[in-house]
Design a protein around this ligand. Sequence first.
Ligand code: DQQ
Length: 484
Amino acid sequence: MENFAQQRARLAGDPARPGYHFTPPANWLNDPNGLIQWRGRYHLFYQYNPNAPVWGSIHWGHALSDDLVHWEDRPVALTPTPDSADEGGCWSGCAVVDNGAPTLIYTGARHDHGIQRPCLATSADDDLITWAKHDANPVIPETPLGLDLIGFRDHTLWREGDYWMQGIGAGVRGVGGTVLLYRSKDLCQWDYLHPLLIEDGTDHNGLWLGTMWECPQFFALGAKHVLMFSAWEGGKGLYSVYMIGRYQDQHFYPETTHKLDFGDGYFYAPQMMVDEAGRTLLFGWVQEGRDIASQVAAGWSGVMSLPRVVSLHKDGTLCIQPAPELQTLRGQHWHFTDLALESGQTRLLEEVTGDQLEIIAEFAITSDSIVSLVVSEQTRIFYDAQTGQLGVETSQGIKAGALQVPAGQPLRLHTFIDHSVIEVFANDRACVTNRVYPIGQHPSLGIQITGGATLIQIAAWQLASIHDYGSGTISTATRTASVL
Ligand code: DQQ
């Protein structure tokens, strides 16, 4: 049987396979789980099917990193145990350190998917390789009395005085999505308190919040609290949502509600962690955009997003940026200023080419500007100041959402292209993740401006692969080009 390195080597020639995003060695990956920095090293666990590139028989895969960028595969961390609470799968959950012991809380699914219950596992080794499941699993054997629930899964944990607080994602039938709040002194005996929040899904910036909330995450950020979840309805994950608000008397009072990424399902089930430097980091699951037959033929499915650092802007809105560690991947460099652009025409920067690119483009815009970065003629990353829409258009359609750029401020599009994955960060405020499946083409960059915009500068880099094998081998030579 192939080991992980052999699997990765076998799949490295696939032009759609990312070079610097974390992927499963082969087969299936979905949600990030159990994010933790332990003894200085970052641990990324993930929903993993080792047997096929489709969802099913969910285990926890495990990868380890010293720098948040390069990941080493580790043995599978959790495997379903026959005739137990997790016989049908070890679904999503998170990691905490309880009295010095790294501990996972995750959803054990029975073969009948209707039964989802919290389970615990602890590790006693420095690299978090082996995990012992708790004898008392499931640690919450029944759902709260009197609630007619849709789903009871996925976990967020935090400390309050002597207690562990736990939020579990659910929906109340006929009402809406919720996070059910519990507390415990030892992670084993849990008392149900009440919903942290329950919503009927209407009147949130016009955003429908689904009938059930997957993967809740609740945490303090600056002087505020943030609730993140993935809105779900009728078996389908819609998009990830964040609310910024106030936490008082063990209830959450949201003040603003937004999509976390305009790519909808292309940035799903995000999980946060606070690292030893005190930064709040996010990873999300970047799903595939090709059909299941193509995923099966490819032999792998699912990508982990780049690590994102979140904080609050001075105005209390969410600041979201790529982790600066990614800069260590930068190789060949281009820098353009004074680029003459005729309105409405696409100017091709033929030199900027590659499957693994980082591009920072800054524009001075006015209220009638439409600015596009065109990658290989088939993908358009755009901001339309007339409609206030930021988006990515591919042959599959458009993923877009609202971004306000205050008058006098530049538009900054920070884009990562990694074979079939595109992640765009705009003005540290909004993100769009999308998938595009180039057939043997090496993207090159074009720019188009309509209306009263001016290009301030473009900086671009080829980015190295995070594995020794695979495509995207690049020169580290740095070059500055000036096109007049
Ligand atoms: N994925 C897990 C669930 C979670 C869903 C199962 C979200 O725990 O609700 O693989 O993608």
